[in-house]
Design a protein around this ligand. Sequence first.
Ligand code: LRH
Ligand code: MN
Length: 388
Amino acid sequence: MADRDSVLEALRHQRIELPSWAFGNSGTRFRVFPQPGVPRDPYEKVADVAQVQRYTGVAPSIALHIPWDRVDDYAGLSRHAADNGISLGTINSNTFQDPDYMLGSVCNPDPRIRQKALDHLLECIEIMDATGSPDLKLWFADGTNYPGQDDLRSRQDRLAEVLVAVCERLGPGQRMLLEYKLFEPAFYSTDVPDWGTAYAHCLQLGEKAKVVVDTGHHAPGTNIEFIVAFLLRADKLGGFDFNSRFYADDDLMVGSADPFQLFRIMYEVVSAGGLEPEAGIAFMLDQSHNIEPKIPAQIRSVMNVQEATAKALLVDRDALRRAQSRGDVLGANAILMDAYDTDVRPLLAQLRTEMGLDPDPFAAYARSGYAERIAAERVGGTQAGWGA
Ligand code: LRH
Ligand code: MN
């Protein structure tokens, strides 16, 4: 088994970025159920992320989504974040809500609309310059609903043209993270549907372009850890959008639907040195808390990633290598399962105590009274949401 101190050291330096939109109201086409205390602006979203950081110690940054988090003074928002002990992280573009994007944004047949989409992406890079964010995350809803609706190859040409322009605009230390998704909102073809398409575009674009693996964006039965291992080997894994699902892009709490899958993914990350800061992997949550209280759900999600990571770090990799090389199928599987079946909650409680935190972040937050306070204070104004 790996030694306890090195496991604790790795866990102490883990960093998980939280999505601003997880703190706003969210739902499905059937209903968005508003919740008391939901933030009304990015400043209040920052304050809520700071709560998760306060109790977990490993979530010191917030991913922003433009225009949902557009403000007049990004330097001011950065200062507010710093005052709350967190930083402004990944900038997410949004070319999926404007009425002009009904038939697509960067892949739209109309060059005027493609230019409009590119202008938005360039605005997002301006915002990165203002916030000091290193990463621009691009997810395109672009696709078609019926065969023949548009030319699949031409749409790839249009996409490639815009991505080249984005990469050319990126400054030193800035990256473009391309996210793929099998389907939804398009139901026949999606222009970036899978890891292969994203990887191929990023290969052509060069070192500034990497792939994001959103764990909810695959066909059922997909071996996601294989994709992770492949992209790590090719040095093309830029980050994760962690969540979990039972059926489609359910955006549920990471690890809640399939904790074993999350463990297998984190095992590939750990094995490739992907937890090291210099690996440059952005570990982000991308979730929607449609019926559950949002801050506790984010705390639970961070704890789920920590548990999967701790188990992955505990794998006796030397013994596993030996079993694998002698073709000991059951022996090798048993070594991996031994780590997975280890209860790491006492280890994580020790970690938090050593970090000066309450060993149970979830209970500590519940005792804090913050939920009651924001429900009482955040009255009036417009609660944040997806604005769809
Ligand atoms: C698309 C997606 C993407 C975000 C959005 C909030 O499904 O995963 O990462 O822009 O959710
Ligand atoms: Mn995502």
